[in-house]
Ligand binder design. Structure first.
Ligand code: 3PG
Ligand code: MG
Length: 429
């Protein structure tokens, strides 16, 4: 087994002339297509947060090769999930030219990567256009490794995924480390784990019920109280025997079961576990709940918030999220950390006298699911792998070797891929 080593950062490497693979999380909310069929980045937080690392790599004279996923295209090429909107936003923010590759692996891409000038950037097409990415296929990781002398990840939001670009690739690249964003995220998350202000309360909302419900159990031992909002609340309300009006989204039976267990555990721990006492047409928490939640939060010394409390994209149902956000913004003596794309968007969009309240929060994390898993497991696989490398002996870190294709099978399958030319020629670049 490899001996765990210190987490290296981008500062630890000489980057000049090297192909530096930057795994970033450019999975951002996108607009519907405009009249030219082009989608646009609607919240550029994740891209802006990665800029210090990108700029540093360019200044140091690296050949910067950015890889990211966008959405969940299920292993198929699908222009709806193209990297292009993110690439356009990056070029705009940096005010520089960014080469956009039309693929992410293959000989053409290898050639293009070698041609990137020192200090310049090439961005790869969506890594998830290959099912091998999410399957952590070793052959796919090997293909990626051919365009990579140094591996740097700043994809905090995806560091809970054991995918080829977040886990398999760094396992086989000896020179690997994290960027400035992950460094900053670790600082805040470690403070929540090791030196939390108390009472420490967790606010959980959003629609991704099943994703989160399982982690709540584990988080109970870390906090002194929980506040629930968003669609997730219905699973708990139903678990308590309340009727959920039929016109609302009904919670899945397994979520209701999980909710029952969580409520029992909260009871056993005598831990305050607050649920909505009224709603705004089932799409937002109501005024009594807002007052109840604000009063409860007034005592907190540390808060972590993941998931909006209502359908905040619709102004009619943004009141709960906005009122709780404004209350927290003005609360002194409390460390306030927010995580998750939607929640961060909601905070960014929440204005007082025309100014966003975002700066009143201590940290806006780029991780949603990743943030919760960090708190649950005291770390993330995509960060741990930078220290330990690949450990085939550990079943937990099992590598999908047996499912991997041979070179010949890989070539044949990719030759047959519809529409996608793996050599990177014949498309935009
Ligand atoms: C996210 O937005 O949560 C990250 O980019 C990870 O995406 P995923 O949940 O589709 O793995
Ligand atoms: Mg997610």
């Amino acid at each position: 087994m490899n001996k765990p080593s210190r987490l290296k950062t981008i500062r630890d490497f000489t980057l000049r002339g090297k192909r530096v693979f930057l795994r970033l999380d450019f999975n951002t909310p996108l607009s519907p297509p405009d009249e030219n069929g082009v989608r646009h980045v609607e919240d550029d937080t994740r891209i802006r947060e990665a800029l210090p690392t990108i700029k540093y790599a360019c200044e140091q004279g690296a050949k910067v090769i950015i890889g990211s996923h966008v959405g969940r295209p299920n292993g198929k090429r699908n222009e709806t999930y193209s990297i292009l909107p993110a690439a356009m936003k990056l070029a705009e923010l940096l005010d520089t030219e960014v080469t956009v590759a039309d693929d992410c692996v293959g000989e053409g891409i290898e050639f293009k990567a070698s041609q990137v000038q020192n200090g310049h950037i090439m961005i790869l097409e969506n890594l998830r256009f290959y099912k091998e990415e999410e399957a952590n296929d070793p052959q796919f990781a090997k293909y990626l490794s051919r365009i990579c002398d140094i591996y740097i990840t700043d994809a905090f939001g995806t560091a809970h995924r054991k995918h080829a670009s977040t886990y398999g690739l760094p396992s086989i690249i000896p020179d690997r480390g994290c960027g400035f964003l992950i460094e900053k995220e670790i600082k805040y998350f470690d403070s929540m784990l090791h030196t939390p202000g108390q009472p420490f309360y967790l606010i959980l909302g959003g629609a991704k019920v099943s994703d989160k419900i399982q982690t709540i159990h584990a988080l109970m031992k870390r906090v002194q109280g929980m506040i629930i909002g968003g669609a997730m609340a219905y699973a708990f309300m139903k678990a308590k025997g309340e009727k959920i009006p039929h016109e609302w989204k009904q919670p899945a039976p397994e979520d209701v079961e999980a909710a029952k267990e969580i409520l029992k555990e909260a009871d056993r721990r005598k831990m305050p576990f607050l649920l909505p006492v009224d709603t705004n047409e089932g799409f937002d928490i109501g005024p009594k709940t807002i007052a109840l939640y604000q009063d409860f939060l007034s005592k907190s010394k540390m808060v972590f918030w993941n998931g909006p409390l209502g359908w905040f994209e619709k102004p009619d149902y943004a009141t709960g999220t906005n009122e709780v956000a404004k209350f927290l913004a003005n609360l002194s003596g409390c460390v306030k950390i927010v995580g998750g794309g939607d929640t961060v968007s909601a905070i960014n969009q929440c204005l007082v006298d025309g100014v966003s309240i975002a700066s009143k929060f201590d940290h806006l994390s780029t991780g949603g699911g990743a943030a919760l898993e960090y708190l649950e497991n005291e770390g993330l696989p995509g960060i741990e792998v930078l220290k330990t490398g690949y450990r085939p002996q550990s079943p937990d870190l099992e590598w999908n070797e047996k499912n991997s294709k041979t070179d010949a099978e890989w070539e044949a399958e990719n030759a047959a891929r519809d529409g996608g030319s793996r050599d990177g020629r014949g498309g935009r670049s």
